[in-house]
Structures are given as structure tokens and as C-alpha cells.
Write a protein that binds this ligand. Structure first.
Ligand SMILES: [Ca+2]
Length: 277
């Protein structure tokens, strides 16, 4: 039997380093963060059914998300595949694989994608000397014109589980006023949004939980999904063919404000998280 059996390269390198008594830098945050394994390896998929957001009055945050028990919605890995519901999107977003959470079919399904990992020195950006978490997402949601709490929606959040604070959160339902959706037939979508969340140095060694949720409409007839890619601490390159950085869903927040907002949203969003499970 070989000394080092078949293992992922990273593990093999770590094992080799231990064997020869040297250390190697910690791996950057999120495993298979670009889905280049062609699968959801290292990720946790889940979900259920969408009874509608609660309470039913906007504005909504993750605190309004309710997921009832039931079979989870779908999730797939896509490559070079044009999306007729979002014709301006270039797929894959980064590398050769991108994750698609939920899909265009209805059924009141919700799909969740999560991963928990530890912030390390490998996540420090030498440009500003603090750790970062970066990724890109693009929601594609049908707009049947239901009441806001019944519409398809998406949700993306980063939570520091060590300090119990949300450090980034983005929620929007289909057709939500103020969100700069593009339209293709009955579908609304956004260009890929590149997220860059700087973290304080105190985050080193702390755990970050990433959550992505995409939901069909609660009435059953309409779908919604979100593409995600590039999770990690490295810069996400611009989309292929893009002349400039993609537009932001919301104006960029300063780090201090983001931290304050994260703490505030954390109290709101995660205090009632029992609703989500
Ligand atoms: Ca990728």
C-alpha cells in the first residue's frame, strides 16, 4: 500500500509537510469555493418549501425567511450554457463551473447552500492587510406580480458564528422596487454582483458561515434561482467580456458602516433564525 493513499492534493501536501516536519500556509477560506470540482463537494445543500415571507410587510431581511420541512429544491453545476431568462449573463462566471441554486420550475421550493470555514492568515489581502471574503452572485427570478411576500426571492449572507454577527447580507424579492433588475420576458435578473467584504484582523481564527438561499414563489407556479461562484478571499476577476466592474445591487458601504450594519442586521436576522429551520 502506498505511503500516501489517494487524497485531495491539498491534503496530500499537508500530510507530506507533516511527514518532513515543515509547515505550510493555511488554505484560504471556503473549500471548492469556485465549484471547479464539478460538484457540491465541501458544501451542504438543503431547503424545503416556501410558505411565504413572514411577517408579510416589506422591507424584508433574512429574518423574514421561512422554510417549511419538505424535499429541498434543486441545485446544479453549470458550465458554458446561455440562459434565455438572463441573456446578458456570461456563464460560467469564474473558471469552468458555476453553481445554480434552485431553478426555473415552480413548486414553492427553497434551496439552501451553506459552508462554514475558518478565517486564516491566508485570507489577508496584502493590499490593505486585513482578511477579505469575496464572491459573485446573480439572481434570476420570475416576476408573476404576486404580493411581495409571495414572490420568488434570493438571499445571500455571511455570518461570523464566533461573534454571532452578520457581516454581509443581501435580500431581494422579484420586482422589488429600488433593485435595478433587468427584464427578459416574465423574468427579472441582475448582472453578476461582485461582493468584497473586508473583515477585522480579530476575525482570524474565527468561523464564517456562508448561506445562499433561492426560493420559488410561495403560490407554487413560478421559479427563481441564483448563480454563485468565486467564494474565497482572492479577488474575483471581472466577467468575461466585461469592460468594467459589474454594477452593484446596492451602493458600496464603508467598512465601518458595513460592520455596524452587519451587527444590527445580525440582531434582527439571526435572533429569530428558528423560523428558518
Ligand atoms: Ca467556478
Amino acid at each position: 500500500m502506498p505511503l500516501l493513499p489517494r487524497t485531495p492534493n491539498a491534503l496530500r501536501i499537508a500530510l507530506a509537510a507533516i511527514l518532513v516536519g515543515v509547515t505550510v500556509p493555511a488554505l484560504a477560506i471556503f473549500q471548492n469555493g469556485g465549484f471547479e470540482a464539478g460538484s457540491f463537494a465541501s458544501w451542504t445543500l438543503g431547503g424545503g418549501t416556501n410558505p411565504g415571507l413572514s411577517p408579510i410587510t416589506p422591507p424584508f431581511t433574512g429574518a423574514n425567511v421561512v422554510i417549511n420541512p419538505g424535499a429541498a429544491g434543486p441545485a446544479t453545476i453549470v458550465g458554458n450554457a446561455p440562459d434565455p431568462r438572463a441573456p446578458d449573463l456570461t456563464l460560467p462566471r469564474v473558471g469552468s463551473q458555476t453553481a445554480k441554486i434552485n431553478d426555473e420550475s415552480g413548486g414553492s421550493l427553497v434551496t439552501t447552500l451553506t459552508q462554514v470555514d475558518t478565517v486564516s492568515n491566508a485570507d489577508i489581502d496584502p493590499i490593505d492587510g486585513v482578511p477579505h471574503i469575496r464572491f459573485s452572485f446573480a439572481p434570476v427570478v420570475e416576476d408573476p406580480g404576486h404580493s411581495p411576500h409571495e414572490q420568488p426571492y434570493f438571499y445571500v449572507a455571511l455570518k461570523n458564528t464566533t461573534t454571532n454577527t452578520v457581516v454581509f447580507e443581501q435580500f431581494a424579492y422579484s420586482g422589488q422596487p429600488g433593485v435595478t433588475y433587468k427584464t427578459a420576458g416574465s423574468w427579472k435578473y441582475l448582472d453578476f454582483q461582485t461582493v468584497d467584504v473586508p473583515l477585522p484582523m480579530s476575525a482570524i481564527g474565527q468561523q464564517i458561515e456562508l448561506t445562499v438561499i433561492a426560493a420559488d414563489c410561495s403560490l407554487g407556479g413560478h421559479g427563481g434561482y441564483v448563480y454563485v461562484d468565486g467564494f474565497g478571499s482572492a479577488n474575483v476577476p471581472p466577467p468575461a467580456g466585461a469592460l468594467t466592474d459589474p454594477p452593484k445591487l446596492v451602493p458600496a458601504l464603508s467598512t465601518g458602516l458595513l460592520v455596524l450594519l452587519g451587527g444590527f442586521l445580525g440582531l434582527m436576522a439571526w435572533g429569530s433564525r428558528r423560523q428558518m429551520v
